[in-house]
Write a protein that binds this ligand. Structure first.
Ligand code: BG6
Length: 523
């Protein structure tokens, strides 16, 4: 048998073989008693510790104003880990050794003395790398990003120019501002106290395995790139749908809405990766240059290219769901959108004329993130001439989550004596191919930040160009209240006007389905 045909003799290329192991460092979590720390950061750091992926040694210092002893903080984190760890049961021995690297420093974030205490905590070690290599993770409300970075810098805890080879970095969570002007303002404050290459702006979508795989799918294969253009693609649909409502985040959501919460970041990032040109190298700047170039080519959408919606009462999987306007901390007359659909055009050589339909919403029928590339119909002869609209077009579906995988849909003959044609599917499932191991996005992102690899983080111009797009859409909405056809019942696929948006262009939404029931009989 030919060597390549042996399934257990796959040629595996390890790209990071020459990666120098990251040097020992101190991770300071600013705002260490909040939800993000308990739900995401500590579980991710614990997993990295278990996998021996963290630098040896690594110290984690929680910095917050809550009155905790080291033991009470550790206990609180352990309880949260029991709930949120992606692997269960929690390995007590691994936790104990991980917990021994956790420290707590109490202080008001606006008090310079607190930073002096933090400095003392960081530098109380004989290991110079632990004392000098510093990663600050800002798990705090966005209004505090600027003031805290200023304090960190002015008190000397964060060093803008640490002496080489030591490094200092800051990781920031979204949202970076709430519009272009505030994002610019925030970026201006941040870069007054840091160098751009010390700033790691997180969009956790970029840490997802399947989102990282978009670049490999496109550029590590020769068969897809030639069909990835207006010559063959009819349209692209990107869906990020969630069953959950706004839950206890009503206060935040009233300020954000779906456009700022998801479109400005996750959806536009996925679009950029799906549509960008091949970068000149895999270096962070090359990849980010291409994403920015693509984002800049998005044509200003007109009023007929955008749809918003808000969920009303309904049911999902038989469970009743309240209307958005009755959720806690939501204005009973709120006009905030919980759903957005867009028809975007990309004015470049590759994509001119191919619509990219993006949509996201809360209280939609299923939890799913998916990219669907729908190809053009065959010439109107042979089967197309006979079947007309009953001959489905081909599609490549990148299922980002859950049931991660990639499907190719093409037509085939139904076995039997009659002539019937229908779509069939070739499917690659992550679970089947690699087992059920899917690291959390934060694991990868934290490790990359410690390692200084900014590829999966957002650059200043990238954030700003995304805000420019979102601002244009908000301007089109203005202050106008939601109309009747902009409401949708919880558990449905959005407001009726979202269907009109596509119908005008002879397209329709291809709603994602749970993979197992995504049978060709129901394409
Ligand atoms: C967050 C949004 O950034 O992304 C949330 O603020 C949204 O509203 C979440 O639910 C979706 O991320 P994931 O990883 O759960 O798909």
């Amino acid at each position: 048998m030919d060597q390549l045909e042996q399934p257990d003799d796959l040629i595996v290329c390890k790209l990071d073989d020459d990666r120098v192991p990251p040097s020992p460092c101190t991770v300071v979590i600013v705002g260490a008693t909040g939800e993000l720390t308990a739900r995401k950061l500590i579980p991710a750091l614990y997993q990295l510790h278990r996998a021996n992926a963290l630098p040896q040694p690594t110290r984690i210092i929680g910095f917050a104003r809550k009155d905790h002893t080291l033991d009470s903080w550790r206990n609180e984190l352990f309880d949260a880990l029991l709930q949120h760890s992606r692997t269960k049961p929690v390995d007590r021995t691994a936790w104990d050794s991980f917990a021994s690297s956790l420290y707590y420093c109490r202080g008001e974030l606006s008090d310079p003395n607190a930073y002096a205490k933090l400095e003392q905590t960081i530098s109380t070690t004989s290991d110079q790398q632990l004392a000098e290599n510093r990663l600050f993770y800002l798990a705090i409300p966005p209004s505090q990003f600027g003031p805290v970075v200023e304090m960190l810098h002015q008190t000397g805890v964060f060093r803008r120019d640490p002496s080489p080879p030591f490094w200092n970095r800051i990781v920031i969570e979204k949202p970076f501002g709430h519009d272009l002007a505030s994002a610019r303002q925030l970026n201006a404050i941040l870069t007054r106290h840091t160098h751009e290459n010390q700033l790691f702006r997180i969009d956790h979508y970029l840490g997802k395995e399947t989102v990282q795989n978009i670049l490999m799918f496109r550029f590590a294969n020769s068969i897809f790139e030639p069909i990835w253009s207006r010559q063959t693609v009819d349209y692209v649909q990107i869906t990020l749908s969630e069953q959950a409502g706004v839950g206890n985040r009503g206060g935040y959501y009233e300020e954000a809405g779906a456009l700022r919460d998801v479109v400005q970041n996750h959806l536009l990032q996925v679009l950029a990766l799906v549509a960008m040109e091949p970068p000149v190298s895999l270096e962070a700047e090359s990849v980010r240059d291409e994403k920015v170039k693509l984002l800049k080519s998005i044509r200003t959408p007109g009023p007929r290219d955008i749809v918003r919606g808000q969920y009303t009462e309904g049911a999902i999987d038989g469970r009743p769901c309240p209307a958005y306007r009755t959720e806690p901390k939501v204005n009973p007359n709120s006009n905030v959108e919980t759903y957005v659909a867009l028809r975007l055009q990309i004015d470049n050589w590759r994509w001119a004329g191919v619509p990219f339909y993006l949509r996201t919403g809360k209280r939609l029928p299923i939890n799913v993130s998916e990219v669907r590339v729908q190809f053009r119909q065959t010439p109107n002869v042979l089967f197309a001439a006979r079947c007309g609209e009953n001959l489905d077009t081909n599609a490549i579906i990148l299922r980002l989550q859950p049931q991660e995988g990639i499907s190719l849909r093409f037509n085939g003959k139904v076995p039997g004596t009659s002539m019937q044609v229908r779509p069939v599917r070739m499917h690659f499932s992550y679970d089947a191919e690699f087992g059920a191991y899917t690291p959390e996005a934060y694991e990868r992102l934290l490790l990359d930040a410690i390692d200084g690899d900014a590829t999966l983080f957002l650059r200043r111009d990238e954030v700003e160009v995304c805000w420019a797009i979102v601002d244009r859409i908000r301007t089109l909405w203005g202050d106008s209240p939601l109309q009747q056809n902009e409401f949708y019942a919880a558990g449905t696929w959005g407001p009726p006007c979202a269907n009109e948006l596509l119908k005008r262009h002879n397209h329709s939404w291809r709603d994602p389905r749970p993979v197992c029931s995504d049978t060709p009989a129901n394409p």
